[in-house]
Design a protein around this ligand. Structure first.
Ligand code: NAP
Length: 327
């Protein structure tokens, strides 16, 4: 039986692994078979992770975190958790690869997945011009015109990145104001190849086997125009990857796992910020965080989750010593 199993391998999962490993718990990290490293693996330069004044490429940052966790004895397995039983003192996790892990404590750091527009044409043309990752697919649209949907940092990052390949990038945003941070918004708005279509939403994507045009409705006038484009990059945020835990853990209406948070000043006992509704189960990173969703905040809650798990395991040990003495 393992002492700590960590599910997920983004900044939260690997930071939890570094802390748990340094505390001597030899954690197992179930990293995902195709998603190891989390969302940062699909990003370009990360400029705001402290300690890298020149910036660092997302995949390099994740490789470094994995190496740091392994250095202290974390075991990383590239598999996907398919079933969990989290109640009771022994937690069980089964994987698609056919393994079963038992653990005294579990840390969930499964992150989030991109949101879809919900259009029928989006599904039909996915991989044929509809994409959720400019870093992965931007290269294919050299010399073409493309559309990015969204008004957050992801949309700005995608739009700026795509100007390396596309001759023109239209950003379709449903409001007249961006959600993106000021620095990213200013960079995108100052870019000669980027044009903003404000107060607009994508209502359809045209084309049989590839994207040819995008129907864009102005929500103020209800007028729809067609924008010729070879690709649509959807960057409208993420949803938490909590489906397989939801029946066992308290979660909010959007599926984010609810954690205890800071203790009230008069609250006795554990100060377990990352504790979920089940003892011995902790959660961190984007699967609990609808607000900040930064690599560095995910890493921070990953550290908290590992410290909370450590306190929980020490409590179990103290209880068993006490029970042995009583006998
Ligand atoms: P986000 O901040 O939640 O922004 C999502 C954007 O998509 C919003 O502008 C939203 O519009 C729009 N949107 C949502 N649902 C939509 C729908 N159904 N149809 C059309 N538009 C829709 O998500 P994000 O941009 O992925 O960023 C997530 C977090 O990661 C943020 O904290 C961000 O700062 C961070 N991030 C940072 C960087 C960086 O610093 N380099 C890069 C990427 C992400 P409204 O504005 O109207 O709600």
């Amino acid at each position: 039986m393992e002492q700590v199993v960590i599910v997920g391998s983004g900044p939260a999962g690997y930071t939890a692994a570094i802390y748990a490993a340094r505390a001597g718990y030899a954690p197992v990290v179930i990293a995902g078979s195709v998603t190891a490293g989390g969302n940062l693996v699909n990003t370009t330069e990360v400029e705001n992770f402290p300690g890298f004044p020149e910036g660092i490429m997302g995949p390099d940052l994740m490789d470094k975190m994995a190496a740091q966790a392994k250095r202290f004895g974390a075991r990383v397995v590239f598999d996907d958790v398919s079933r969990v039983a989290l109640e009771g003192p022994i937690k069980t996790l089964a994987t698609l690869g056919g393994e079963t892990y038992e653990a005294a404590a579990v840390i969930l750091a499964t992150g989030s997945t991109y949101r879809e527009l919900g259009l029928a044409a989006e599904k039909r043309l996915a991989g044929k011009g509809v994409s959720y990752c400019a870093t992965c697919d931007g290269f294919f649209f050299r010399g073409k015109e493309v559309v990015v949907v969204g008004g957050g940092d992801s949309a700005m990052e995608e739009a700026i990145f795509l100007t390396k390949f596309a001759t023109k990038v239209y950003v379709v945003h449903r409001r007249g104001e961006l959600r993106a941070s000021r620095i990213m918004a200013e960079r995108a708005m100052a870019h000669a190849q980027i044009e903003f279509l404000w107060h607009s939403e994508v209502t359809d994507i045209k084309g049989e086997d590839s994207v040819e045009a995008v129907a864009v409705r102005d929500v103020r006038t209800d007028q729809t125009t067609e924008v010729a484009a070879s690709a649509v990059f959807v960057a409208i945020g993420h949803s938490p990857n909590s489906e397989i835990f939801r029946s066992q853990l308290t979660h909010d209406s959007d599926g984010y796992i609810v954690v205890h948070g800071p203790a009230a000043p008069d609250e006795p006992g554990l100060s377990a910020h990352q504790a979920t509704s089940l003892p011995g189960v902790f959660a961190c990173g984007d699967v609990v965080d609808r607000t900040y969703r930064q690599a560095v905040t995910a890493a921070g809650t990953g550290a908290q989750a590992a410290l909370d798990a450590q306190e929980y395991l020490e409590g179990l040990l103290a209880d068993s010593v006490l029970a042995a003495q009583t006998i």
